[in-house]
Design a binder for this molecule. Structure first.
Ligand code: FDM
Ligand code: MG
Length: 211
């Protein structure tokens, strides 16, 4: 499976705390890339449409209770059930802009007190992103942005711990972008990182997360 003649698409992930601006920036990047004529799709995790995703969504809305390890594995399963589609899209030349991925999985569960190595284990073998853009916003600042929506995890003390775990996950694919500056400035930086990534990864092999 050599991919399309234009080369494969890029796997670009945006990460950050709740209210860090990920979803807005994903939408802006998506329309920018579409405007450039680049084959692109916007994805997000959790993908709440699948049956696993519906269990996750109920848990986040506090409509159900689940053991911490159980919900961790459901988040991971929700990525695994999308892995083969993700791979075929990328090999077919489509760039995916993904709102949250394995890093959210590890940082949020570790912040609850689960062992971080245990949290990483089920992520091994999922596709490795070509670029992770971390939107860096102080937890207190994020909380001020129109407040939280009332889902589980949307509490400033918890988000502070999540931020610490996120910072321990930085690897060579990570780019930290200051998310506290005006949206247009963030957007500009995100675009540039994404464009570079898309052109660089055309000839690169897709790899798996190895942690
Ligand atoms: N979240 C998200 C996790 O705890 N683990 C995961 O693997 C993922 C992908 O779910 F608080 C948390 C992060 C967030 C919540 O995410 C829902 P969205 O982006 O608000 O839908
Ligand atoms: Mg949220």
């Amino acid at each position: 499976n050599a991919g399309s003649k234009g080369g494969r698409g890029a796997l670009i992930v945006l990460e950050g705390l709740d209210r860090s601006g990920k979803s807005s920036q994903c939408a802006r990047l998506l329309s920018f890339l579409e405007g450039k004529g680049c084959a692109t799709e916007g994805w997000r995790f959790p993908d709440r449409e699948t049956s696993v995703g519906k269990m996750i969504s109920a848990y986040l809305a506090n409509e159900s209770q689940l053991d911490d390890r159980t919900i961790h594995l459901l988040f991971s399963a929700n990525r695994w059930e999308k892995r083969s589609l993700m791979e075929s899209k990328l090999l077919g030349g489509t760039t995916l802009v993904v709102d949250r991925y394995s890093y959210s999985g590890v940082a949020f569960s570790a912040a609850k007190g689960l062992d971080i190595e245990w949290c990483k284990a089920p992520e091994v073998g999922l596709l490795a992103p070509d670029l992770v853009i971390y939107l860096d916003v102080q937890p207190e600042k994020a909380a001020e942005r129109g407040g939280y929506g009332g889902e589980r995890y949307e509490r400033v003390e918890f988000q502070k711990r999540v931020a610490e775990y996120y910072h321990s996950l930085h690897d060579s694919t990570w780019k930290v972008v200051d998310g506290s500056v005006p949206m247009e400035t963030v957007e500009e930086q995100v675009r540039e990182l994404a464009m570079n990534c898309i052109s660089e990864c055309k000839e690169k092999q897709l790899t798996n997360l190895s942690w």
